[in-house]
Design a protein around this ligand. Structure first.
Ligand SMILES: [Fe+2]
Ligand SMILES: [Fe+2]
Length: 407
């Protein structure tokens, strides 16, 4: 037996293992002869590969030709990202190979801007020192929660809430309703028929889950109009979205029931950076400059420049906006999951962040892959095959989701 990518399945091939979707529902049974319709079903449900009889060897991703004129340039850009990564680790080696393959194929669009220097108009290495001023927690400016978030919190807190109550709140914001419908109708969920009403989405996916998704989208929407500065906001939104998607996939692969909560935690993991960029743009620039010149992660330079890192700032904002405590805790520890009360949940956001950086989908302003908690990576992803599967799922699911924050 061997695994074959769904795109390469041929009619008449026979399944050697039953196929389940991300939520462990049986899609096709072992022994099923593959038809065109089956391929369509597998794609709809986000399955990227299946095991078939008679395939001795797993079909691998095409390795790009070394003669390709783009290969050298792309390799150079990836090497900057991976300069601190341990490529003897098979999981990181696989992410690196996949990044190379998909950049050559252009799967995730154009390359992210990895070097903030060219947005900073020349790096004055002394400047971060000049600007360094510790900001007290009470100095941090936090906007009031948008009305829709307060209303969502009210319906979430009410044990008698019905699907119509949630739908009524969501429908007050046409852009929120449209985004939610876009998400639930994407291949990411893979429902076979179109969901055209929020009340139906609530019934199918669950009141708590849809409310959580709506909260996450509202928080991101509140910051999506930050003017272009040293941070490319579109690239930032892509980084956040793909981190949420990978978090959800990893949660499902690790049999965690709270997959939507993990999506929202991943989506919002770097929200503290947006507060810094919105209210303290000079400090934000100094954090990035110091990161670029000293090879430190931004969460470390934030501590030096601001006295607080973006995880702590996220906690201030999300607590004020009354987001669920579990989400806030997952976010606080996303760079140091070993210190979290539940290391596995924060560890999933940590790994999703690293995979997003590693694949180069979007950008959060970091120049290289953040410091890795290796034992947790090995526990959560555990093999080269499982990381390959996660990346294949993202390749199938990312395209339709990419437009979510771009309107
Ligand atoms: Fe972060
Ligand atoms: Fe991030």
């Amino acid at each position: 037996m061997g695994y074959v990518a769904v795109d390469k399945l041929k009619q008449g091939m026979v399944l050697d293992e039953s196929v389940y979707d991300i939520n462990s529902r049986l899609l096709l049974s072992k022994g099923q002869k593959i038809s065109q319709n089956h391929v369509r079903v597998l794609k709809i449900w986000g399955v990227s590969r299946v095991s078939v009889i008679g395939k001795e060897k797993e079909e691998d991703e095409e390795t790009p030709s070394v003669d390709d004129k783009n290969t050298k340039l792309i390799k150079e850009s990836i090497n900057v990202l991976y300069k601190n990564a341990d490529l003897t680790n098979p999981i990181f080696k696989q992410i690196y190979i996949s990044a190379l393959v998909h950049r050559l194929k252009g799967t995730f669009g154009s390359l992210p801007e990895q070097t903030p220097k060219n947005r900073m108009g020349g790096t004055d290495l002394k400047k971060p020192e000049k600007i360094r001023r510790q900001i007290d927690v009470t100095d941090i400016k936090l906007p009031e929660a948008p009305t829709v978030i307060s209303e969502l919190n009210q319906v979430i807190d009410d044990p008698l809430t019905t699907s119509n109550d949630v739908a009524q709140v969501v429908n007050k914001s046409p852009s929120l309703a449209a985004m939610l419908l876009k998400i639930v109708n994407s291949a990411y969920y893979g429902f076979p028929s179109k969901i055209d009403r929020i009340s139906r989405a609530v019934t199918i996916i669950g009141t708590k889950e849809i409310s959580g998704l709506a909260l996450g989208i509202c928080v991101m929407q509140a910051f999506k109009d930050i003017p272009e500065g040293v941070l490319n906001i579109k690239a930032f939104m892509r980084h956040s979205l793909v981190c949420g998607m990978i978090s959800r996939i990893l949660a499902a692969n690790n049999n965690m029931p709270q997959t939507e909560q993990m999506f929202v935690s991943g989506l919002l993991h770097d929200i503290g950076k947006l507060i810094v960029h919105k209210y303290y743009p000079n400090h934000a620039k100094a954090c990035m400059e110091l990161g670029a010149s000293s090879d430190r992660s931004i969460f470390q330079t934030e501590k030096m420049v601001l006295g607080l890192n973006h995880q702590q700032i996220a906690k201030l904002l999300l607590s004020k906006w009354k987001l669920p405590n579990e989400i806030i805790t997952n976010i606080i520890y996303h760079h140091e999951p070993g210190k979290a009360p539940d290391p596995k949940k924060s560890g999933i956001i940590h790994i999703a962040d690293i995979i997003s950086h590693g694949l180069g989908i979007g950008s959060s302003g970091e120049r290289s892959i953040p410091k890795v908690d290796h034992p947790l990576v090995d526990e959560i992803v555990n093999s080269r095959d499982s990381i390959k599967l996660v990346i294949r799922q993202i390749v199938h699911q990312f395209g339709p989701m990419d437009a979510i924050f771009s309107d």
